[in-house]
Design a protein around this ligand. Sequence first.
Ligand SMILES: [Zn+2]
Length: 342
Amino acid sequence: MSEPTVIYDASKIDFEKSGKHHYHVAFHHDSSWGYSLVPVTIINGLRTSTANPPGVAIFGGTHGNEWEGQVSVKRLCRDLDAAEISGRVILVPQLSESACAANTRISPLDGVNMNRAFPGNPRGSISYRIANFVKTRIFPQVRVVIDVHAGGNEGGFALCTSFHPIPDPAQRAEINLVAALFDTPFMLVYTSDMASGLLPEEAEKEGKIAIGGEFGFGESVNRAGVLHAYEGFKNVLRHYGMLPGKVVKIDERRCSPPRLVDASHLEDYIPTPRTGIWEPLVELGADVHVGDLVGRLHDFSDHSSAPLEIRSHRAGALLMMHFPAHIQKGVTLFVIARDAKN
Ligand SMILES: [Zn+2]
């Protein structure tokens, strides 16, 4: 089998070429000889369809130590058959390729978090140049943008798709519908106030159907996370008539549709009050009531000391909780999300 074609000038990539094509888009290092070869697969389907396909871009590896997206998008690069597809699918399994190679959240080349680098900068350091490529070359090709995340080595997550509060009702309704195609136990409305420069945020601003999600944690490959991501992508393509067949139920054991929950305010992201060792007492995804004991924070400088008991400030579902035992003061300890209406 031939290797992916190296593209030295990202502005020259041919998004119209029919069939399936694998590329390495080369972004030159800022301060040494060599490139980050970002893997991109472009499919222009050979199947004619009466549907008007929207164009779909799917990203994994925006953060390098989150593996479920990387694995599921890589599998799609192999598995999707151009003869079966109608419309355009753009697959990027390792967007922050240098971070993926290093198994780190941010790029070791420039210390930049790819999911804070948007809209990018054509004259910026390497992560900003890659973000600019996505914004100016990939986004114009598609109306649906999916960016797959996981907790990496920070938070454990209950499996969820995610999106920001969307003011436009039509865009919001379609995002809601497409997010549900992943059949995760939760769909999370998350805050827009945490930071800026996020990939999905940029796509949302352009009016696109932008879906994020947390499909595992712990720098591992979560089996259920990959199943929901991989089949979810295919459901999205089926939903838009880009792949034949009906949308499938991914988790046969759960009868209910994904539960829509909201953590759209910064006050929903609880910081750790002091540095310590975290002993969790609630399972991810579990319901808690006000005052429930969520966990204990231990101080080993005095092993006879009482732990600090951390209680729930509200009722809801425990969507995220710090994963490693060691935790620093100020780091997000957990997120309890409230039920929301569609
Ligand atoms: Zn991430």
